[in-house]
Design a protein around this ligand. Structure first.
Ligand code: COA
Length: 156
């Protein structure tokens, strides 16, 4: 039984994240989406709302679950008894930061491996900050996030 963790802030979840989730769900027996509380990033959405939205847009993937996590990612992975961390690599610009994170995590927990998945190129430019900014100015975000997220952000 291969379980992988896909961590992130998901503020909010986007089509780019969903692309990675779909790929991970087809590769591993179980995928735990670990939504980081990540207060140092000052998220717009409360952790409960971020989790609710991820759950809502991933319900068709039967081997995907969503949980909140706080603290070190490697500690969380150990708690969940998995050795696989999934990260998306969108472009070369992601590489340096991801490389640093993967190697730091490996230094702290040698048996944990980070697996990189490339989302489809149509989402390679996307991040949650852009979505939040467009939504903040009343722009149309339906090309970037699922309908549930559009509705939620509109209400907000
Ligand atoms: N599609 C669209 N957007 C994507 C994406 C994809 N496939 N993959 C990443 N992104 C976006 C994210 O939404 C985020 O957007 P934002 O910064 O504009 O809000 C950005 O790209 C990536 O941010 P980043 O900071 O790299 O990752 P994250 O916030 O998603 O998650 C954690 C970072 C939570 C995994 C990391 O901080 C962590 O592990 N924290 C725990 C503490 C710890 O262990 N620290 C030591 C690490 S060595």
């Amino acid at each position: 039984m291969k379980t992988a963790i896909y961590p992130g802030t998901f503020d909010p979840v986007t089509f780019g994240h969903l692309d990675v989730i779909e790929r991970a769900s087809s590769l591993f027996d179980k995928v735990i989406i670990a939504a980081a509380v990540n207060l140092n990033k000052k998220p717009l959405l409360k952790i409960e709302d971020r989790i609710m939205l991820i759950k809502s847009v991933t319900k068709k993937y039967k081997n995907v679950t969503v949980e909140k996590f706080d603290g070190l990612l490697v500690d969380y992975a150990k708690k969940r008894k998995t050795k696989i961390i999934i990260r998306g690599l969108r472009a070369v610009s992601d590489f340096e930061y991801e490389f640093q994170m993967a190697l730091t995590n490996r230094k702290m927990a040698e048996d944990i491996t980070t697996v990189f998945l490339m989302p489809g190129e149509k989402y390679s430019y996307l991040n949650s900050t852009l979505v939040r900014e467009i939504a903040n100015y009343g722009g149309d975000i339906s090309a970037f996030v699922p309908e549930e997220v559009v509705k939620f952000l509109k209400k907000k």
